[in-house]
Design a protein around this ligand. Sequence first.
Ligand code: SAH
Length: 217
Amino acid sequence: MSQDEFRAARHDMVDYQLRRRGIRDEAVLEVMEHVPRHRFVPESRRPAEAYSDGPVPIGSSQTISQPYMVALMTAALELKKTDKVLEIGTGSGYQAAICAELAGTVYTIERIPELHNCARELLLELGYENINCILGDGTIGLAEHAPFDAIIVTAGAPTVPGFLEKQLAPDGRMVIPVGDRMSQVCLKVTDRSGKHHEERLTACTFVPLIGRHGWNK
Ligand code: SAH
C-alpha cells in the first residue's frame, strides 16, 4: 500500500469510526488524521488491520487499542501543550504518540521488555523527542516526575490505584479502565480541591494491568 493509500485509509478511519460516532474534539481528530497508525501495527497485519475498527495484536499477547477508544480517552484528558502526561501501558507506542502531539512531555511505562524496546525505537525513528519510554511496573506510577496533568492507563485495572491518583496535579485528569479481567468501564477520575470525582465514559475491554497495584498475573 502506498503512503497516499494509507492516508486515505486514515481519513476514512477518522470520518467513519470517530466523527460519525460522536468524537468532537477537533485537535484529537486532527492528530489521528496525521499520525501513521500503520507503523504501530505489526508488518504482518498491514495493510488490512492498520486502520481497522478494533484492537490489533502486537505480540506478547497484547494489543494496540481500537482507534475509537484512543480518541475517546485522549479527548477526556483535555490535553494542553504545556501538560506533563503519564501513560501506563506503552504497548505499540501509538497512544503515547497521540498524547505527545497534544501535550508537552509524555512519560510512558511498559512492563514487557520486547514491547518497550520496539516502541522506543519506533518513536525515536518517527522523531518524538518529547516521549520518555520507561521499562517497569506502571501501577506504582513515576514519583520522580510527578505530579502529572494527565494520567492515562491503557490496561484494565481491578481498582483505581491510589498510588497513581496521588501523582495527579491538583487539576489533573486520569482515564482508566476499571473492572474485572474480561470487561471494564472506562473512568475519568479527577481530584479537584481534594475531592475525588469519577465519571463513566464507556464500557470497554482492555488487556489486564499486571503489577503491584493491579492484577497479580
Ligand atoms: N497504549 C497501547 C496499548 C496498550 S495494551 C498502544 O497504544 O498500543 C496494554 C499494555 O499495558 C500492554 O503492552 C501491557 O504489557 C502493558 N501493561 C500491563 N500492565 C502493566 C504495568 N503494570 N505497567 C506497565 N505496563 C503494563
